[in-house]
Design a protein around this ligand. Sequence first.
Ligand code: SAM
Length: 200
Amino acid sequence: MIRIDGVLLSKGSGGVYGEKMMKGLRVWDPYRSKFAALAMIKPETDLDEDLRVLYLGAANGTTVSHFADYVKTVYAVEFAPRPMQDLIEVSRRRKNIIPIMADAANPREYAPFVEEVGMIYQDVAQPNQAEIALVNLPFLKKGGVVILMLKARSVDVTADPKVIFEDTIKTLEDGGLIVEDTCRLEPYHHDHACIVCRKP
Ligand code: SAM
């Protein structure tokens, strides 16, 4: 990934959401994007230009637009109408974003439009986050990666975040994934953890 003076950047035309520019490149702010936070915390994080990504919880396309600067195709799933309007605008400016208005918990809605992918990136902030990842596994090729951004308070506001985190890992492992790495997203995003898994 492109870094200059410790700043994470992506190529592509700017002005997508008011992001800063540096040396003609788009600044990818770790305080606004959990993937950028992961890339700051784990410098080995990378995105390949041949990668196809199924992105669950695309919102208004902030992070999606940076993914699209790096990878081949982003299938961007979002179910809320308001952010979807912005996502469609972002998709008009990037040829490799496929916006899909659908519920990520019901992948049959978009199965006809999605090719096999090398990565599932999920940031849905929902109680059933692990289950949503698992029902989307048929899209992921063998050896492909799942990156799940877990917001413990979305699962259960009353429960201990550590317990939620451990339960989520167990659900993912019981679903057939190998959990390869985990980290918290402090100081960029509070109450968030990242779980990186691989499909055997
Ligand atoms: N990933 C975005 C970014 O970095 O720019 C932020 C995502 S925001 C935390 C979570 C988004 O997931 C919201 O826009 C919400 O509408 C969407 N979402 C939640 N549950 C969903 C579901 N089951 N299917 C599709 N989208 C969902």
